[in-house]
Design a protein around this ligand. Structure first.
Ligand code: NAD
Ligand code: ZN
Length: 381
């Protein structure tokens, strides 16, 4: 294995052999909800995709949408599995990277699907990180006014965050995710084996969202992360399952992001998004910017929500433990961060809706936070 790649846990069997980790279902049929789907988390699942799909979907044809980094390694195995389960598939590979997440690309993908004869009984499989999850989900949302979507996330961030919750979409010239639709997947398949080829920086950024989930909703998971040594596949399986449960439970209360419940998931994101933008989306990965945003949100929480300084320190330590940034470089254009926050839509009428934490495991939205508080927190970063 190359040095800059990471074996994220000690798990040696290949996905050609019998399942090494029995899949666990992270969420299933929560009654009373608009959406019902299952997330399978386990090892060696890719060559079982056909079988699992058969259990959940009736269609016969599908488009696998993937990117130029992921498809060469993983698409073949899935295609073979689909064939042996009696499905016909086409593979559509788009260039890796956020710049592919556009309406133009959506149009090109839909054209290919039409040309291949896919119809309203077909379905879409998104195989890749969050970029692919978002664009393939959007294609599924609009193709023939909506066809089923299977998510096969291949980054840790996509497994614990973007594949759950049904937000799909693309970027425009003016900003990220400005066009999109809510479209819940029919099935999510998390094969832990694919994480072995993920670069370490990409792997670590997933922990920013995991730590966010712990801070807003799960003190027990926070404590487990503090002593996170175990790299056994089963530990990672538990962690991913737990994060899916946390996110889906929050989303279930406010699927369309209207009542403020879902907004709790934005903890660390107001400043995080502004940092991403100020760094022209090149300096920091999303999770890294969120890590810095969490540090800022903690400073603000000490001031406005009586978060204990020792708890704040524990959160910052945990982020650092997973290789995430907790300080901005000296020469980073901090003013740009403030400019972006000011124009943030949440700053309507001079007030911002900001997520704070009074103690680890609890979060709430407040409009007590001022721009001055944010300026101070960014200065300290
Ligand atoms: N819908 C949501 O709720 C939601 C939430 C958070 C983020 N997002 C979106 O997710 C995207 C970020 O997700 P991401 O960080 O997964 O980005 P990504 O999909 O761009 O993947 C990051 C990089 O890793 C590569 N890669 C993916 N899987 C790999 C593997 N197994 N082995 C080796 N390389 C692999 C990709 O080709 C890419 O180069 C953004 O577009 C963001 O807007 C959506
Ligand atoms: Zn995020």
């Amino acid at each position: 294995m190359e040095r800059n790649r990471t074996s994220v846990y000690q798990h040696r069997s290949s996905h050609r052999h019998r399942p090494s980790l029995e899949p666990v279902i992270a969420l299933t049929k929560i009654t009373g909800l608009a959406f019902r789907y299952s997330a399978l988390v386990g090892g060696a699942l890719l060559d079982q995709v056909g079988n699992y799909t058969r259990r959940y979907l009736a269609g016969q044809t599908c488009a696998i949408i993937s990117d130029s980094n992921v498809a060469p390694t993983y698409a073949d195995c899935i295609r073979k599995s689909l064939v042996s389960a009696g499905f016909r598939s086409i593979l559509i590979t788009i260039p890796a990277g956020e710049t592919s997440k556009t309406l133009r690309q959506v149009g090109a993908i839909c054209d290919r699907m039409i040309a291949a004869g896919l119809d309203r009984r077909s379905f879409v499989i998104g195989l890749g990180g969050g970029m692919i999850g978002d664009i393939s989900g959007f294609v599924a949302a609009i193709y023939h006014r909506g066809i089923p979507h299977i998510q096969i996330p291949t980054t840790l961030l996509a497994m614990v965050d973007s594949s759950i919750g049904g937000k799909t979409g693309v970027d425009t010239r003016d900003g990220k995710n400005l066009i999109g639709a809510f479209h819940q997947p029919s099935l999510v398949i998390d094969d832990l084996d694919v994480l072995k080829t993920l670069r370490r920086r990409q792997f670590n950024q997933g922990f920013a969202e995991i730590i966010k989930h712990a801070v807003i909703a799960d003190p027990k998971m926070f404590r487990s992360l503090q002593s996170w040594e175990a790299r056994a596949a089963s530990a990672l399986q538990w962690l991913i399952k737990r994060n899916i449960e946390i996110k889906s439970r929050i989303v279930a209360k406010d699927e369309r992001d209207r009542t403020g419940q879902r907004a709790l998931l934005n903890f660390g994101h107001t400043v995080g998004h502004a940092i991403e933008r100020a760094g022209s989306y090149r300096k920091f990965l999303h999770g890294e910017a969120v890590s810095l945003g969490i540090v800022a949100a903690c400073a603000i929480s000490v001031k406005r929500a009586a978060l204990r300084p020792d708890q704040r320190a524990a959160i910052v330590d945990l982020l650092a433990r997973f290789g995430l940034p907790t300080r901005l470089p000296q020469n980073f254009p901090r003013r740009k961060i403030l400019d972006t926050v000011k124009f943030d839509k949440k700053f309507e009428s001079g007030k911002i809706r900001f997520v704070v934490t009074p103690r680890i495991g609890v979060a709430y939205l407040t409009d007590d936070v001022t721009l001055e508080d944010i300026r101070e927190a960014v200065e300290q970063l």
